[in-house]
Design a protein around this ligand. Structure first.
Ligand SMILES: NCC(=O)CCC(=O)O
Ligand SMILES: [Mg+2]
Length: 329
């Protein structure tokens, strides 16, 4: 007469709920994106990313020490390149004393144990705001790949532990792996943005780095000829398997929340760690709704991060890393 199974027994108290909890987030799950700018004593809030900042190198050093003390042990560096240094060739990309190269050293100097991953992509350095060299309205694949391989070596020389190519050119993982091996950087890893979708959720990030495609004749207005169509699923698996074959140590799905079906599918399919990037637009949505009093910031944040891990993420790149870890304490 009574229900055959009473599933609610496992929900009756906080103690039993925590005993049977399947997914638990911890500081070890996170990769913290950091935005670096030239200058001194700069900590400027990013307009479209409330509570997130661009930091000059001195403040970057302070920040990584704070992260380390909170148990956050991995950062992903992005640089905001001054307009005067942008071009369509990549001269500044390879500057051994460039902002990224100095940022890597600054982090290692302030916090030797911190794992340093670096963004390997041309867009912050591109006068056209593209991840590749532009010619006659097209993004050149092989020329860009060569540049990314040299860029990776430059980051490795500065002390990067992992390079993280985020561009979606074909064949760049193999080119980067070969270049690193040739230069003796056998232990420098590659986290590939293997399934990166052309997403409207990157908007606030492009504001943070001033890296959006420019509106000039003969320059593509979007990144749809290299980033993936959000309608596609099989393509994500193909891209990911190819990058693993070419030498990726870690693969990634980006963005996060709208793509958790892809995350689960890839997690089931491959045997390397899978990272998920919860991107700037996802962050901005929570901040904006919380500011209006429409959503509970902390509750929604933890629910989203836990869902990303439940879907299969082994690593979560998130602007919420600090907020989440603070809450877990
Ligand atoms: N390579 C980084 C991006 O393209 C965007 C990240 C974000 O929107 O947070
Ligand atoms: Mg690819």
């Amino acid at each position: 007469m009574y229900p055959l199974k009473r599933n609610r027994r496992l929900r009756t108290s906080p103690a039993i709920r925590s005993l049977v909890q399947e997914t638990i987030i911890s500081p070890n799950d996170f990769l913290v994106p950091l935005f670096v700018v030239e200058g001194k004593a700069i900590k400027e809030e990013i307009a479209l990313m409330p509570d997130y900042y661009r930091l000059s190198l001195d403040n970057l050093e302070k920040e990584v020490k704070e992260l380390w003390n909170m148990g956050l042990k991995a950062v992903l560096l992005f640089v905001k390149v001054p307009d005067a240094l942008k071009d369509n060739k990549g001269v500044e990309v390879l500057n051994a004393d460039g902002l990224m190269q100095r940022a890597i050293k600054a982090v290692k100097n302030a916090c030797p144990g911190m794992l340093v991953m670096t963004d390997v992509a041309f867009d912050p350095y591109s006068s056209f705001g593209h991840d590749g060299i532009v010619a006659e309205g097209r993004i050149l694949n092989d020329e860009t790949t060569e540049l990314l391989a040299e860029m990776s070596v430059s980051h490795a020389k500065a002390g990067a532990d992992f390079v993280a190519p985020s561009d979606m050119m074909d064949g760049r993982i193999l080119a980067i792996r070969e270049a690193l091996e040739d230069e003796g950087f056998t232990d420098t890893g590659i986290m590939s943005y293997s399934a990166k979708y052309a997403s409207a959720f990157y908007g606030p990030f492009r504001d943070a780095l001033d890296s959006a495609p420019v509106d000039i004749k003969n320059v593509p207005k979007d990144k749809k000829t290299y980033q993936m169509d959000f309608s596609n699923r099989f393509e994500a698996i193909r891209e990911t398997e190819m990058d693993i074959d070419e030498g990726a140590d870690i693969v990634m799905v980006k963005p996060g929340l709208c793509y958790l079906d892809i995350v689960r599918e890839i997690r089931n399919e491959v045997d390397v760690p899978v990272a998920v990037y919860q991107v700037s637009g996802e962050y901005a949505m929570v901040k904006a709704a919380a500011e209006k009093g429409w959503l509970d910031h902390d509750a929604v944040m933890l629910e989203q991060l836990t869902a990303i891990k439940r879907a299969g993420a082994n690593i979560i790149a998130s602007y919420f890393a600090k907020d989440a870890v603070r809450l877990l304490d």
